[in-house]
Structure formats: C-alpha cells, structure tokens
Design a binder for this molecule. Sequence first.
Ligand code: SAH
Length: 374
Amino acid sequence: MSSLELHAESDPAGRANLLGFDRAALENWVGARGARAFHARQILGWIHRRGIADFDRMTDLALGLRAMLLEAADCVCPPAVGRAVDADGTEKWLFQVDACNAVETVIIPDEDRRTLCVSSQAGCVLNCAFCATGAQGFSRNLTSAEIVGQLWRIWHDPDGSKSDRPIQNVVFMGMGEPLANYHALSPVLRLLLDDLAYGFSKWRVTVSTAGLVPLIDRLSTEHDVALAVSLHAADDALRDRLVPINRAHPLAELLAACRRYVARHPEREILIEYVMLDGVNDQLADARALARLLRAIPAKVNLIPFNPFPGTAFATSPESRILAFQKILIGQGLRTLIRKPRGQSIQAACGQLAGSVANRLPEQFRFASPRACA
Ligand code: SAH
C-alpha cells in the first residue's frame, strides 16, 4: 500500500478511520471481522446521528465488538483550529487536516436554513484564473473522513444550533474540485443521503464542478445529487483562459454531458454558475451567447458577482451591468438569480477560500492560466 492510500484509509498504527466509511463499506469491514451487518448500522448511527466517536460509549454494542473496534479502528475528525463570523451571519471554520494543510468550511445561514459549503481538496490543480484556491496550488486530496468530518464536527457542535437538523443543504463548493477526488467524494455522498447517517434529501446536496466530463457521467450513473457547473464563459476562447480545464473538455463536450445528466435524472435541472468579471465576460453579447448555449438544457443560472482576493487582477462587474445581463437571460426564458455575496469580510465568499495549503505541484503540472487575461 502506498503512503497516500495508507493516509486515506487508516492511521499510522493501521487503524481504519470509520468516520469516512459509508454503510456498505462498514458492513464489509465489520463482516470481515466476524460481526454482522446490523452492527455496522448501529455503529453508523452512533457516529453520524449521535456524534459519538468513542467506541466505549457505544453502549449497545457487545463488549467483544467494542474491544475489536478499539484495537482495529478509530473515528477521527480533523481538529477545527479557527472560526470566524461575518456580520451577515456567515461563519467560516478552519480544519487542520495535517501538519502542512488546513481547509475551510463555510456555514451560510438564510432565513430558514443553513447551507454548508464543504472543501474536497487541500488546494486545487484546475487553476481557474479568478479563484483564490487555484492561485494557491495543490497539496493533496482530502480523505472521505476529512470531507465528511467537516459536516460531522459542525453538525454535532455543542455550541451550535440545537435543532434536529443543524444544516439543511450541503454544497461541494469549497476548496478543490470535488470530481477530481471522486474516490473520496463517493462514500461521503452516500453518507449524506443515508437515513441512518444524515438523511439529506437528494434535492439538498449539490456537487459543483468546473467541468470534468467523464466524471460528470460517472456521477450521473452512481449518484442522484444536484449538479452545478461552473461555466463562466459562453465561448471556448474565453473559457480556455478563465477555466483552463476547458482545453481538455471544451464547451460542446461539457454541455453534452449536462444533457446526458438531465436525461438520466429527468426531474433535475443543471445549476449554471457564472462569475461576473468586469469587462471580461459581462457584456450583453456574452449574455445572448450564454442564452443560446443553454437553449436545449434545463438550466437555472446563478450569476456570481466576483469576490476579490489579495493579488487578483479581476474586478467585480458593476451592479447595473449584472442586472442588464440578468434581464437578457430572463428575456430568453432562463431562470436567473444573482448570488448575494456572503461572508466577504472574513474571506468566506465563493472563490475566496484559501485555507493554508503547502503547494506540492510543480508549475509545469498545473493547468496554466494566463494571468494576462485580466
Ligand atoms: N471546483 C468546483 C467547486 C469550487 S468553487 C467548481 O469549479 O465548481 C465554487 C464556485 O465559486 C465555482 O462556480 C467557482 O467558479 C466560483 N468562484 C471561484 N472563485 C470565485 C471568485 N473569486 N468570485 C466568485 N466566484 C468564484
């Protein structure tokens, strides 16, 4: 086993970190150690529904089973090492995932619900021109335990809301590209939708991607979650510069994947994310081109005013231009919302999450995004 796999599945003593195991994996794991499937379901409930990580406190498990768990497993969540709250109620948590890396998680409160924005990688290789995470480089994929741990810790926070469901929506829009870490993402999606764990409705879990086409297809066959696509440009020349993964999977391919996604989930629509960059992609002609592009796709558009971060050369489109852009899309029959910037004063808005990442990526392996395009 490579050191990376070891990290992903177990601690240095070889114990399995059960926090990241979905129901089937847990059933297999306990089954291989002489326990029954219903024991796995009990353990799942203790960990995720009750927030208990200490096997000694799982009092309805037989003593022999508890002894086996203490010997062969643990249940470890990365420590939360920082917490900041914006005046608008947005809350940012910092999780230390190892000595060199920390990732950020954001709670976005709305009138009657709280959305959790979860990170999937320490850094990101995609290097989208307008994103703070991309500018930092990439260290590593998070493990399933490190991804679901962000929710687990906040869900069971003793200072948090005492309601039965402290979080109503989960969006994979934090640091990283979730589909580039599909292997770890998959068990987490199953835990989110599992009634014995978090029991989220399939309408309340959203995976956002910059456009990893083969993995969009895989997601559509293996899971039933909402899909958000970070489009940001309606022609390949511009998208190549803003979202460099477009060079590998250009717009025609990406939109075909969106159509296949909806064909497999006919009741769904794709959420199209479009960041508004002053003078770059926000002209009325861009809006018309976007409307044409989306004609054959059940889609809802979210216009995201660009959130600046230190060192960026981009600026946010003026409000009047965003409104004019929206008006054209609506005129073409596209449901279009403008995303309210949230948590800006604590750098917790879309694209501002940077955590603390030890970049291990040699420059030549990053998708080059010409900074000149601003
Ligand atoms: N990698 C995934 C999810 C992470 S980013 C993806 O690309 O979809 C979540 C959303 O925030 C994406 O739509 C992303 O393009 C957008 N975003 C990134 N940087 C931004 C910024 N500085 N201002 C506004 N939105 C930004």
